[in-house]
Design a protein around this ligand. Structure first.
Ligand code: B12
Length: 261
């Protein structure tokens, strides 16, 4: 068997057998559960390119909505050679290596200020990155001796965040946005990055990092931030990125850090 058989670049989904193109999709329609509703779900799936489409599960969600799971075949192919992703362009370091790099090259602790902005109260994600309890078996940034973490928690306004970043002389600002209704995560992030650009000269602005489960990592430039992290991010990845950006690639000048004059 050749290596192209093992990792072909053009793929069909795998359901029951190789190349059968079978996928599963779930959604809710705003209509009571009935045969008509199941027909409507099938119609939607066929319109989406699933043919044949089979409703394998339908459940009333209250009197006026129905939840569906549809199983069926798509005829579309995936061309892996055309897929574009944001590759990690920095080395993953251990906590020991991170502490050593900060101590030796920065010669002071690196300060991180973080929180959830706007009305967002979903702190579990930012806590997973910042708090010592961490995530996925990795300890959070508080665990790193050479990192100083100021976690502002939920519902921090942009002016509060800027003021605190200045007061703490933050090297990096880490913002979490989980609620995406009406694109709140995008608007809030753009407002935040604009406020930091307004408050700081370019050379002394802290590194701006945003994270949350529904961000597209390719959107950093559009959002005006230095890096976007999405679902499944671990604290070690974030700590390694901080060292890469602030210590290895862009040493922070002690005298100018955090100043807005
Ligand atoms: C727990 C939870 C809550 C808790 C939050 C408690 C808390 N202290 O955080 C409570 C009950 C308060 C809550 C409230 C609400 N919630 Co809620 N909630 C959830 C739930 C079930 C889990 C979220 C979570 O904790 N995930 C675990 C963490 C570890 O994952 P994460 O956030 O993705 O974080 C990881 C990465 O994304 C990344 N990351 C995240 N942030 C950052 C930041 C940085 C800097 C970096 C580097 C990385 C990073 O790293 C983390 C680790 O890998 C989700 C549904 C779900 N299953 O996801 C809904 C969900 C997020 N909630 C939702 C909603 C609608 C609400 C409410 C509006 C409900 C209501 N009508 O009142 C309110 C809003 C409150 C508010 N003002 O924000 C919706 C959001 C829908 C949308 N499109 O925006 C969801 C998706 C549920 C749903 N399917 O409808 N919620």
């Amino acid at each position: 068997m050749s290596s192209s058989d093992l990792s072909p670049t053009v793929l069909r989904p795998y359901g029951d057998t190789t190349g059968d193109g079978m996928v599963q999709l779930s959604f809710t329609l705003p209509m009571p559960h009935s045969k008509l509703a199941e027909g409507a779900a099938t119609q939607l799936a066929v319109t989406m390119g699933i043919d044949p489409a089979l409703v394998v599960h339908a459940k009333a969600m209250g009197p006026a909505h129905t939840f569906f799971v549809v199983y069926g075949r798509v005829n579309h192919l995936v061309d892996v050679s055309q897929v574009r992703i944001v590759e990690r362009d920095y080395a993953l370091l251990s906590p020991k290596e991170i502490n050593l790099a900060v101590r030796k090259r920065l010669r002071r602790r690196l300060t991180v200020v973080g929180g959830c902005i706007g009305t967002d109260a979903h702190t579990v994600g930012i806590d997973a990155i910042l708090n010592v309890k961490g995530f996925a078996g990795e300890k959070g940034l508080e665990y790193y001796r050479e990192l100083r973490v100021v976690n502002l928690g939920a519902q921090v306004s942009v002016p509060q965040l800027v003021a605190r970043a200045q007061a703490e002389r933050a090297d990096a600002v880490l913002v979490s946005q989980v609620v995406t209704q009406r694109d709140a995560h995008l608007f809030n992030t753009k407002e935040m990055s604009a406020a930091f650009r307004e408050a700081y000269p370019a050379a002394t602005r802290p590194l701006l990092i945003v994270g949350g489960p529904r961000f597209d990592e390719a959107m950093a430039t559009d959002l005006g931030v230095d890096r976007v992290f999405s679902r499944g991010t671990t604290p070690g990845e974030v700590a390694s990125y901080l060292v890469h950006s602030l210590v290895t690639a862009r040493p922070v000048r002690e005298e100018s850090r955090g100043s807005n004059v």
